[in-house]
Design a protein around this ligand. Sequence first.
Ligand code: AMP
Ligand code: MG
Length: 331
Amino acid sequence: MTNEPENIALAASVIRNGGVVAFGTETVYGLGADAYNDAAVKKIFRIKGRPSDNPLIVHVCDGAQISGLAAAVPKNARILIDKFMPGPITLVLNKRGRVSDAVTAGLPTVAVRMPSDKTALAFISACGVPVAAPSANISGRPSPTTAKHVYDDLNGKIGYILDCGECAVGVESTVVDARADVPVILRSGGVPIEQIERAVGKAALYTPAQNQNVPPSPGMKYRHYAPKAAVLFSAFHSDMRKTISAYYDRLAAVGVKPVILCFDSAKRLYGGRETISVGGDNADYARRLFAALREADERNFGAVIAEGVSDKGLGAAVINRLIKAAGGRII
Ligand code: AMP
Ligand code: MG
């Protein structure tokens, strides 16, 4: 449904009555439920087929809701809240007792995010409760960045999609464990890591070997973001386009229909080979990535070969999602 005030009010009443609603944010579309209602939250896991050990992000509309969820807001968290909220960042904080184990997968922490999308904020505010929401796709599929993507995955399983248009950022939020003196980036995302480092002085990237004392982001262990087509991801180097062309030709020769995800400017370098454009810079790539993966399936391509990018700005999030989508097939 469109994002008129009556529809926002209707969507909020569905949440207050223990139902689920898909809604757009600036990152991706989420499938939301009342974060304080266990039965409602469990519906999300059933509908998505999401493993129950993968906790949900709780979406809030103001600081008061953060205080209701988090036992404390340490110094670095305060800095990141002031600088980046509302926006595409999620902070992991120690939780208050009232937050249910269904949301946090039994962890002592809760992941909190305040979206900047106006409709999303109005919706959460109308709900009057924090809204737990993972991406509104079937688990493992590319995240949805339009209402149609949600419909394609969840038609028949949910009653309401609040249409907020195309997501402006297009990749999920940056997840930061903000409790320690040096915050730990658990997942790259919509706020570039460089900006977080600038705000707090220093941030660490989560790697299991180095951070044995930090609880990981459980979701990162699953294969994710994958279309039906096989995905190959190219490392970013000067011969990248030659390598990609060679793989393309080999796949085409054995009857697999390949397509290349590339910047507009590179299209002509691939001659007559099939391409899907991801725009002109890293932010465009982020915004269009998931839609491009879905388009490849719709157009019946058998393999997607994705160009690598620099890890500057949103490039780090693009690389992270493509490595996951490729299931490790890096060329
Ligand atoms: P999704 O909602 O699909 O974008 O996934 C949410 C991400 O946030 C996953 O990678 C989760 O593992 C992570 N996450 C949610 N809650 C927590 C938490 N309490 N501690 C660490 N990571 C979390
Ligand atoms: Mg997801």
